[in-house]
Ligand binder design. Structure first.
Ligand code: UD1
Ligand code: UDP
Length: 377
């Protein structure tokens, strides 16, 4: 009889956790003595499934917590309680969480309350402002505080953890697993599958826009839309792709402000390969996403980050990102500069073309480390 493998519980709740944990889950499946139990909290529904599906991953259990316009209190309480119940039954050797969502934070607490070893993937990111991004900066601080193993993506993230006094022997710099996911998807990206993308003329210049952060809801998002309208007035050949987040707070503003413009493609969230195709096809990206800042360091597409601070300074220093905030004048000015002089080094930081987020072997480093921890336990 075969000896049963030891269970590592991998918790995912939202789209970016699914994309960034997928390489780790796939790598765990290859282990000869460990196996993943994929626990979806269902903080996201279709956006989570869409991402997992692409990687051929099906959750072993889905807690299906999502409600329309859910509050932070609700997500925190329901994830904490329901993940806790699963952990009581499952008794995994270790819990793995990723990043900085409320799923991440509440699942970390559930593991901590049971004294189950917790490892944090994408540990150590800090913006230095507890309110930006909100509530992600607090979430990642809580997860790091209760974790026993840390997998920061960069030396900078490791330095943040060392400054906060965590045990250096348990901090392993891995690179970011999103680079693994991006490279994994690279040979699966040819022509877009989405009908919405097929209508864009082959000769058109393209700008991709994503915005979903809580601090941008309301007036800042309306300002971003005004900036898009001004950019389109200045560049009539430009098409804008906006894969709208499923959040009604975001969709209603985008639809009401930009819904009538023919060259604005307002579409549903794109499958990962179509989104990667869009990032590559674009002359410019406007985003407030964390993951996109990392991905464009590999793809090289100029990226304006619509935030005041970033916990990913490497994307600005060595990548293709420039912080522009949400002021419409500033967005318009910087987008104009980037679109007018794409090759002229109009924006200083675009000159680098190396990814500071690793070589695409982060998942392998993480699983080899966990195997080692298990052997020594
Ligand atoms: C969440 C994370 C954020 C992460 C983002 C990635 C928190 C507090 N926020 O923000 O850190 O960057 O995911 O996208 O953890 N909805 C759907 N279907 C879906 C997903 C969302 O209908 O598949 C709608 C629901 O009405 C839901 C709302 O969007 O209530 C907001 O979802 P929520 O997870 O609370 O916040 P996000 O803005 O998605
Ligand atoms: N993404 C995607 N389809 C989309 C928009 C984004 O697959 O329509 C991917 C993107 O490539 C990145 C991740 O989703 O890997 C980012 O997710 P999001 O912006 O929701 O979250 P954040 O990174 O800001 O936490």
């Amino acid at each position: 009889m075969k000896t049963p493998k030891t269970i590592i519980c991998c918790v995912v709740g939202t789209r970016p956790e699914a994309i960034k944990m997928a390489p780790v889950i796939l790598e765990l499946r290859r282990s000869s003595f460990l196996e993943p139990f994929v626990l979806a909290t269902g903080q996201h529904t279709d956006m989570l499934r869409q991402a997992l599906d692409f990687f051929g991953i099906c959750a072993d259990k889905d807690l299906a917590v999502m409600k329309e316009n859910q509050s932070l209190d609700y997500i925190t309480a329901s994830v904490l309680e329901k993940v806790g119940q699963v952990l009581d039954d499952l008794k995994p050797f270790m819990v793995l969480v990723h990043g900085d969502t409320t799923t991440t934070m509440a699942a970390s607490l559930a593991a901590f309350y049971r004294k189950i070893p917790l490892a944090h993937v994408e540990a150590g990111l800090r913006s230095g402002n507890i309110n930006l991004p909100f509530p992600e900066e607090l979430n990642r601080i809580v997860s790091d505080r209760v974790a026993g193993w840390w997998f920061p993506p960069t030396e900078g993230a490791k330095d943040n953890l060392l400054r906060e006094g965590f045990d250096p022997s348990r901090i392993i710099v891995t690179g970011n697993t999103v680079i693994d996911a991006l490279l994994w998807s690279a040979n699966k990206v040819n022509e877009p599958a989405s009908g919405a993308l097929k209508i864009i003329p082959g000769t058109a210049r393209v700008m991709l826009l994503t915005a979903h952060r809580r601090e941008s809801w309301g007036e800042p998002l309306k300002g971003i839309c005004r900036a898009v309208i001004r950019i389109l007035e200045d560049f009539p050949d430009l098409w804008v792709i906006i894969p709208m987040h499923r959040n009604p707070q975001v969709r209603s503003i985008l639809k009401s402000q930009l819904g009538d413009i023919k060259s604005v493609v307002l579409c549903d969230p794109l499958d990962y390969p179509d989104f990667v195709w869009s990032m590559k096809r674009s002359d410019l990206i406007l985003t407030d996403s964390g993951g996109v800042q990392e991905e464009t360091t590999v793809l090289g597409t100029p990226t304006l980050v619509m935030r005041d601070v970033t916990e990913r300074p490497e994307a600005v220093k060595y990548g293709t990102s420039v912080l522009v905030g949400t002021n419409p004048e500033r967005i318009h000015e910087m987008a104009t500069k980037a679109l007018k002089e794409p090759q002229a080094g109009a924006i200083e930081s675009f000159k680098y073309r190396v990814s500071p987020f690793g070589a695409g072997n982060a998942a392998q480093i993480i699983i080899e480390t966990i195997e080692d921890i298990f052997r020594k336990s």
